[in-house]
Design a protein around this ligand. Structure first.
Ligand SMILES: [Zn+2]
Length: 160
């Protein structure tokens, strides 16, 4: 296929999350509460979907103006997009760029798939251990269920 140029709003200052596996940008945006944030601030948020990428075939990109990621947010990005790169932009240029790192532990952002698990019956915040990276596999701290792929369901959050 012919290489098409990537044209997505340029931001002067903020954060770019690149190399997100295609189709996952909306989940990340939802998990980070970016829609609500953009509505609140009026700042630019651009989501690009299905761009061609040399390394992962198809990728999504998220750009958010006047925004930087907290450690918890970086963990969310790393779980959903383990090969993502995060760049900080100031005065229209990249001042910092790094690959995300998959965390060793995951907090209350994932739902345990075992319906008998205490976390699904009582007000117990989820706690998970990352037991493998490829594919990403989590183990519930309470019931020790291991799960990966589509069984990893994220809790919807509007702020972290
Ligand atoms: Zn569990």
């Amino acid at each position: 296929m012919k290489q098409r140029p990537i044209t997505i709003a340029k931001i002067q200052r903020g954060t770019v999350i690149d190399h997100i596996p295609a189709g996952h940008a909306f989940l990340i945006s939802q998990m980070l509460g970016l829609n609500a944030l953009a509505r609140e601030t009026g700042d630019i948020m651009a989501i690009g979907v299905n761009f061609e990428s040399a390394s992962i075939k198809r990728k999504d990109i998220i750009k958010v103006e006047n925004f930087s990621l907290t450690r918890d947010m970086l963990n969310v990005v790393a779980l959903i997009a383990p090969h993502a790169t995060v760049s900080r932009i100031a005065d229209g240029v990249v001042i910092e760029k790094h690959k995300v790192e998959v965390p060793t532990h995951v907090g209350d952002i994932v739902i345990c798939p075992d319906s008998f698990c205490i976390t699904n019956h009582e007000e117990v915040p989820g706690k998970f251990l990352v037991v493998a990276h490829d594919p990403l596999t989590l183990m519930c701290h309470y019931c020790e269920t291991e799960f990966f792929g589509p069984l990893i369901k994220y809790k919807e959050k509007t702020s972290l």
